[in-house]
Design a protein around this ligand. Structure first.
Ligand SMILES: [Zn+2]
Length: 460
């Protein structure tokens, strides 16, 4: 994600909050925890249940900025639940129902605390309906970037990494709780609403248009989008799936987007089949956002991207969207891989090789601690989540691995990582194990030097 965002700012102390332990209730029913245990975002996500599907009916009026939502969340209890939370920031909640029966609810920070009329037995599926409305709050991250439902001149630019999704829908905002999604988004007639997956229908009546999209592959909550406004929407088929390319008509588009099929085909050839049932791009005029995001099946671009940025975001369909970190400090598994993917796309086209990118960056003096630290697998604080090291030193780690194990083993590692973890949730030690298995080499020292030690690597 967030190609184009490079931050180097003062370290803020990482907030650490203990997850409130539930106290035993009647008949062994206890509250689900109010967080999912992430070291960087302890309140994000919740405990006690696992979501399988979101159905989101949204209406947006760009004139008033009011968003109206009716969400239905399907989940399964993973404990005997007396109470549970969803994440939702702002809005007035009008109604919450569990399995069709009114539930009591309370608000506390980003927590929507829901007490169903009766406890939910472990292993049981249940549905939660939430009706809400209001002007969405734009969320500012620890690195000072903005996200969530960000208003534009004609609609909204909707991006959620790492914590923007509760700014527009009630969600279990843990990256490992993947689910399928249905969207029905109503906007003024003439506007286009985009979301993940395939277009099911678009209908217009009474001066409004409703766009229905379906994401039928598992998706981490932060990868959902509902960007809307005036767009020229082009549809075609590539790599066996429908492509949806939406460009703000005020932008001088976008010859670069003609590269999309070739980029997807190339990454499919080296990383394994394209993982989703739609592909595309959303190019909006939202320069105040300052970055692009790999929203699943349709990356969002805040301006017309260059070819490198387009390749970066499309490579995230494999590394980030299909194969997703479990905990946010492992972000190099997304950004290092997408950075290296930029380089191999360049090399594939007969331009600068990945090794040349590596060599140029490696010339950075060891004294340049802003470049070399923190090490990619230990960003230490959410301020450094999208720091240059997770991109550049992360990409260098992969190129150094390629040089160490050779092309045959390296490309096998990359393909196996993508295919064996398809739609899954991963952590850095699993990548190290896979690299050792596929190469037959002991790589403990190699990865320690590249991923965990703060100094410029000198021997590996
Ligand atoms: Zn990225």
């Amino acid at each position: 994600m967030k190609a184009g965002l490079r931050v180097a700012v003062a370290v803020a102390a990482a907030a650490v909050a203990a997850i409130a332990a539930g106290t035993a209730g009647a008949a062994g029913f206890t509250p689900g925890s109010d967080g999912a245990g992430d070291p960087f975002f302890p309140q994000a996500g919740n405990g006690g249940y696992d979501v399988s599907h979101y159905s989101l009916e949204l209406g947006y009026d760009p004139a008033t900025h009011v968003l109206t939502g009716a969400a239905v969340v399907k989940a399964t209890a993973t404990q005997n639940l007396s109470r549970f939370d969803l994440d939702l920031r702002g809005f007035t909640v009008a109604r919450v129902a569990v399995n069709g029966a009114a539930a009591t609810f309370a608000r506390s920070g980003q927590e929507l605390v829901i007490t169903p009329a009766a406890g939910i037995v472990q292993g049981k599926a249940f549905t939660v309906a939430v009706d809400y409305a209001g002007v969405p709050e734009v969320i500012t991250d620890p690195d000072q970037s903005i996200e969530g439902w960000v208003p534009t001149a004609d609609g909204a630019f909707v991006v959620g990494e790492p914590q923007g999704s509760p700014g527009w829908y009630p969600v279990n905002d843990a990256p490992f709780d993947k689910a399928t999604y249905d969207f029905a988004i109503t906007v003024p007639a003439g506007n286009t609403a985009l979301a993940n997956g395939v277009l099911v229908s678009s209908t217009t009546s009474g001066g409004k248009s409703t766009w229905v999209w379906r994401e039928s592959k598992p998706m981490a909550p932060y990868l959902a989008t509902a960007t809307n406004g005036r767009f020229d929407l082009t549809q075609y088929t590539t790599s066996g799936v429908p492509a949806y390319v939406a460009v703000d008509p005020t932008l001088n588009s976008a010859n670069v987007l003609r590269k999309l099929p070739d980029i997807v085909a190339f990454y499919s050839s080296i990383y394994g089949p394209y993982p989703f049932d739609a592909v595309g791009a959303i190019v909006d005029d939202a320069k105040n956002v300052g970055y692009s995001l790999e929203t699943q099946t349709k990356p969002n671009f805040d301006r017309v991207p260059d070819e490198t940025t387009l390749a970066h975001e499309l490579s995230h369909m494999w590394f980030g969207d299909s194969v997703t970190l479990t905990r946010w400090p492992d972000i190099w598994l997304h950004e290092g891989f997408a950075t290296w993917s930029e380089w191999i796309w360049s090399e594939h086209n007969g331009n600068k090789t990945a090794q040349k990118y590596f060599d140029n960056l490696y010339n950075t003096p060891a004294q340049d601690t802003v470049f070399w630290t923190p090490p990619p697998a230990v960003p230490g604080t959410p301020v450094f989540l999208f720091n240059g090291t997770t991109y550049d030193r992360g990409g260098m780690t992969l190129q150094a691995l390629r040089a160490k194990v050779g092309d045959f083993a390296f490309f096998r590692i990359m393909r196996d990582w993508a295919t064996q973890n398809r739609y899954g949730s991963v952590a850095t030690p699993e990548f190290i194990s896979l690299a050792e298995r596929d190469s037959g080499m002991n790589l403990g020292h190699f990865f320690d030097v590249w991923l965990y030690q703060p100094d410029k690597p000198t021997s590996w």
